[in-house]
Structure formats: C-alpha cells, structure tokens
Design a protein around this ligand. Sequence first.
Ligand code: AMP
Length: 502
Amino acid sequence: MNASLFARFMQAAPADPGQPLIERPGLPPLSWQDMLEASGRLAALLSRLGLKPGDRVSVQVAKSAEAVWLYLACLRGGFVFHPLNEGYQPAELAYLLADATPALAVCDPAHEALFRTLAAPGCSVLTLAADGSGSLSRAAASLAPDSTVAERQADDMAALLYTSGTTGRPKGAMISHGNLASNATALVGAWGFSPADRLLHALPLYHAHGLFVGLGCALMSGARLLFLGRFDPAAVLAALPAATVMMGVPTYYSRLLQQPGLDHEACAHMRLFVSGSAPLSPDTFHAFRARTGHALLERYGMTETGMNTSNPLAGERRAGSVGLPLPGVELRIAGSDDAPLPAGGIGEIQLRGPNVFSGYWGLPRKTAGAFTADGFFRSGDQGVVGPDGYLSIVGRSKDLVITGGLNVYPREVEILIDSLPGVAESAVIGVPHPDFGEAVVAVVVAREGAAPSEDAILSALKQQLAGFKIPKRVFLVPELPRNAMGKVGKTILRERYAQAFA
Ligand code: AMP
C-alpha cells in the first residue's frame, strides 16, 4: 500500500470531488477537484524541473490556497516540503537554505532577487505572491496535471521543519509521511472530525500547528477549511458563525476575549475550540468559558513529535492540564538518568510512537543525543502525570521562550547582541506578557566606556532576525548575575523583570 500522506488524504476525499475544500471570505470556494488539478499541475512542474523524490522544496510565501496546493504537490510527488517563516531575514534564510540544500526555492516576488543570490547553483527559484500569481503559477498553468501519487514508504521524509537549537543554530526535524498520517488519524478520532466540519484556519502555514494539525485534520476527514490569511480577531469573530471548529495559539484566544462581540451567540455554531503551541493560562480558559460557554480544548505537541496529548472531546477538559496521551503515543516522565519516575514525580516528558520524527537533518550526533537508549524522544519539557492520567507541563528544561505560540531560542538572539558594537555580553529571557504569553527581553552589559542604546540594539537586530524574535525590551545593566560555576542566573533575571509587562 502507498504510505504517501497524499494517498491517505485521498481516501478521505468526498465521493463528489466538486465538494468545497477551501472557502475564503469574498472569494469563490475551491473544491477538491480544484485541489487535485492544481496540485497535479504543480507536481508535474516540479518533476519537469528535474526534482526527484526526496528533494527539498524551500518555501517562504504568504499564506494562500496556492501555498496549500504547493504543499500537497510536494506530498504527491514525494518531494520534501520545507516551509520558512515569512518574517525570516536574509541572514536566517541564508543559513536555512544552505542547510536544507533545496532543489527548488519558492518565494514572494518581492524577494526573488534575494533568493537568487542565496540559492545554491542548480537550485531553481520561482515566485508565489499572496494572490496566487507569480512564476510558479505561470509555469504550471499550461501543464497537464499529473494524476499519479508517488509511491512512498511510511518512513520516507515528507517535510523538513526547523526548530531553533540551544546552540543558536536551527535544526531540521525530518518528518515522515507515516508520522503525519498517524498523527492526523489520531487527531481526527480524538477530536471527532467529520465531513460536516468547517475548520476556521487562521494559523500560519510555516508552523506544524497550521500545516500539519490544521490541514491534516481537515484533509484526513473530508472537512472544509474556512481559510483566513492571518489571525485578525475581528475577521475571526465574523467567520465563527460559519465554522464548527477553530484551532489557535493561546494569544488568539486572549485577543478574541478583547472583542466585545465574543459571546455565546457568536459561538453557537461552534462545536470545538482547540488551543496549543504554548501554555494556555487558566485565566484565559475560565474567561473564555464564561463568555462563550466553550471549554477550550488544550493539547500538547511539538515539531519533532506532532501532537502527543490532548484533553478529551467528551469528558473533563482541565484548565492547566494538556490532557491524556493520544492513541499510539507512549509517554513517560523520566529522571535525569532516563529511568521512569514513580507515579506523581516531576521530570522530563519523554515520548515514543509512530508520531515521533526520525532525527535532525544532517546531524546524527544531535539526533542520537535527542533519544534515550530505548528510543524515547527527550522533549525538554518538564511534566507530571496525575493519578487519573492527565499530564501537566510544569516547565521547560530547554532554554526556550514561547511568544505568541512561536519559539525563540535565546542563544540565537544573544549571539547577535553580543556581536554588536559596545556590547560586552547579554542574556535573553522570556517574561510573562498579557498578550503574547511570554515576551522576549534582553538584558545587556555594555563594554567599558560604551553606551549602546536600546534603540540602536533593536534596530540592528531587526536587520537580522524575524520580528517575533526581537526583544520587546532591552535593559542595560552593569553586570549579569552568575552562580558559582559562572553560569548566568536566568531565573534571577526572570524574577527581576517578571513585572516588565504587567
Ligand atoms: P513547537 O515545536 O514550535 O511546536 O514547540 C513545541 C514546544 O511548545 C513544546 O516542547 C512545549 O514546550 C510547547 N508547547 C506546545 N504546546 C503546549 C501546551 N499546550 N502547553 C505548554 N507548552 C506547550
């Protein structure tokens, strides 16, 4: 049997391919047939460009139906989809393109010249604009759609998604067709997706949440996508009466709560709101329930593993807990020696199952270090499982900041700040923020005699980093707190600046 995720999606396709698949406000609906033809044309184009199964396709484009078709064309042709955050700056792109070695890069027309300088010789560059125009669509338009689906094994790579590393260098997580198919199947079951559903999709497509969880649930169940180009609270509120399910990061829900129109009536047609990618505060959970009557369903996952746990569809959705392991997911709480802790112990969440990725692209030593001897993935998250099996995440052993649902590894920002003129050293931390959950904050020590300003530091960083990684504040201090081993006391700094956005 063909283990291609695309083949799996086609098993869920409605009998009538004229059924809508993507609906966008103010635009005609796009059907499964439209998807089949467009993805078939793009797959034909990619083959004609000389791409072979396993070749990477790096994509930095605005969210659009055509971007979805391109992802599906990659699945269909056996090419590896490598999405790039739209906010990435040239230095970030240069690293990622050099590491992923794509055979094709697709970018916004405004960035074509940049991509041509960054792409290695032999890598084709095509463009795709937010409205679907560009050289990619032009080149595909005259081709006959490829009607085949490339034969794939379950462990063949479907996508390469980079997660920032503790060393400051992003690592490419190799995610297989089998990983994605098993996770989407588990989620469709756990969350009760059916062809009657309309998923309000306001998440970006460059992150696992919008790409795999959102698209995966809809395409694996024959549901429709109510597609919004980005998260805009008023537009989401206006779309809710036509939707049945929404997925979002906690910031979406706290921003929706600021909309006076969010009430029981606005959500009357909805059956489910899912939250994930960052901790959902109990305050948001309770406020949302009071305003709408809906208990947000919080789940826990990561790029490397897909979704691991979820609060139940039927049964108690508990504030502050990420619920129970999904079918097929083995989860244990382990001590520093990787041995499972006795019930109720707090330790590292470790994961094993068909959802777990195979390793980091080109980094066999990092991959080996990420897994235990018995094949569990070390998540870097700290958790505790209650007597009834509900998991709570209590912290992160990795030095990660999650801001608005997007991950920032402090090391990457610190390296850049430390290289600026007048800077002796820096520490980057996350502190509580009412809108973003956590905000990136930089604490900077100036070189003797120098006085770098907050503005100068921020404008230098903006040239090199995507917006979500830029500190919301820079504090200049005479020295950083250090422990006896010389390690910067980030806990002390987090406490010191905890009220910065209160
Ligand atoms: P990413 O790879 O960007 O999906 O980020 C994965 C990380 O986000 C996890 O390792 C957790 O630290 C965090 N995360 C995801 N979902 C949740 C959640 N529901 N609660 C707390 N942290 C979460």
